[in-house]
Design a protein around this ligand. Structure first.
Ligand SMILES: *Cc1c(COP(=O)(O)O)cnc(C)c1O
Length: 397
């Protein structure tokens, strides 16, 4: 068996250097634990960045995928397939949206949402100079369209020019949205809870004001639920907490629990007046294997009462993090909803995360000063206690 150090050396010779990876080669997972190639065990509070909601090595999930692999993996979207039909029906049910387009990733879902919004506006007035309002500190993905609405100038700088006519407003500041609205505005896009940008939940009043503005001016509200969706806030989609329904929304990450899938969904009104035959496509999106992952994930969410667990354990995690925040003067505050939480420090958190890793706890940051907690949604209170104990020992040092 090669040791971890050798693997890492090989990786650094072959992979493009776009990530500063932690010095760990992960090998297998079970429940809320991961194991590296040398057999060391880690409690996982990252879940592959809010992806593996059901925990690792779930028997029913694995069996469903294996069965589909033996049956049919791919057909192309020129034909129908049963898993995709089932998955679309299930997504409609849990999201309350009317129509679904499957993608392979979150960024692609955002691309599709942008195209749908532009087409909707184009069909109204025939113009091709429509504007989109996005939020500062937002994150929507790394492809050119998704990057163009991502509110982190550092991510965009070297790749200019972006797609045009994007304006940035301040999240939870309705005045700043109003300042950016023009006759050309076709959509307003934001994450119901900002993830990468620092775990900033949208305020209910802000959502309601933006929604009212959108209705008044026939602007489309696009909510990016790629990270905060799929039960993480204690609601299947975070907007359901506020009852502010988007016109278009995106989903990915936990939607496939590890199989690369995404989707954008829309209301019938938008569907009937935007993308049509020939306007958009994907070779892989919604293929039988990907769709079977969505199906078994949504079945397991129901069977295992995942959302009830998030409500209960999320409240407990909130309490424990608040206690921690009150104890240490270098922790400024806690932000978040359910099992999507951030601890805001008044200094960089990189060293704490590295120390935690040495002690067998996987954490991630959101920006330089925030530790982000996005564990598998099946965690228990005792997993939270275990995490807090390790984190506390890191903070003591
Ligand atoms: C991760 C993420 C994306 C991008 O998803 P990819 O699958 O990495 O392309 C987009 N929006 C939000 C809110 C995300 O968290």
């Amino acid at each position: 068996m090669e040791c971890m150090k050798e693997y890492i050396e090989e990786a650094e010779k072959a992979l493009l250097h776009t990530y500063n990876r932690y010095q760990v080669v992960l090998d297998k997972g079970d429940g809320v634990y991961l194991y590296d190639v040398e057999g060391k065990k880690y409690l996982d509070f990252c879940a592959g960045i809010a992806v593996f909601a059901l925990g690792y090595n779930n028997r029913k999930y694995n069996d469903a995928l294996k069965a589909q692999i033996d049956k049919l993996i791919h057909t192309s979207n020129y034909y129908y397939n049963v898993p995709a039909i089932e998955a679309a029906k299930k997504i409609k049910k849990v999201s309350g949206m009317d129509r679904v387009f499957f993608t392979n990733s979150g960024a692609e879902a955002v691309e599709g949402a942008i195209k749908a919004a532009r087409k909707y506006a184009y069909l109204k007035d025939g113009c091709t100079d429509h504007e989109i309002i996005a939020m500062e500190h937002s994150f929507h993905g790394r492809t050119m369209g998704a990057l163009s609405v991502t509110g982190n100038p550092k991510y965009r700088e070297a790749f200019q020019p972006m797609i045009g006519n994007i304006r940035f407003a301040k999240m939870n500041d309705f005045e700043s949205v109003l300042e950016n609205v023009t006759d050309k505005t076709c959509a307003i896009i934001f994450e119901t809870v900002q993830g990468e940008g620092g775990i900033y939940p949208a305020e209910e009043s802000f959502m309601k004001q933006v929604k009212a503005l959108c209705e008044e001016k026939d602007i489309l509200l696009i909510l990016d639920e790629i990270q905060c969706g799929m039960g993480r806030t204690g609601y299947m989609y975070a907007w359901q907490k506020y009852g502010v329904k988007p016109d278009i929304m995106t989903s990915a990450k936990a939607l496939g629990c590890g199989v690369p899938v995404g989707a954008f969904m829309m209301t019938e009104k938008v569907a009937a007046n935007s993308l049509t035959s020939g306007d958009h496509g994907t070779t892989y999106g919604g293929n039988p294997l990907a769709a079977s992952a969505i199906n078994v994930v949504l079945d397991l969410f129901e069977e295992n009462h995942i959302i009830d667990n998030v409500k209960e354990v999320g409240a407990y995690l909130t309490e424990q993090l608040d206690t921690l925040a009150a104890e240490y003067e270098f922790i400024e505050t806690r932000r978040g909803i359910g099992l999507m939480q951030g601890l805001v420090f008044n200094k960089p958190v990189g060293d704490i995360i590295t120390k935690a890793l040495e002690k067998g706890l996987i954490l991630i940051n959101a920006g330089t000063d925030i530790i982000r907690f996005v564990p598998p949604l099946i965690i228990t209170k005792s997993n939270v206690d275990e995490m807090i104990a390790i984190l506390r020992s890191c903070l003591e040092e």
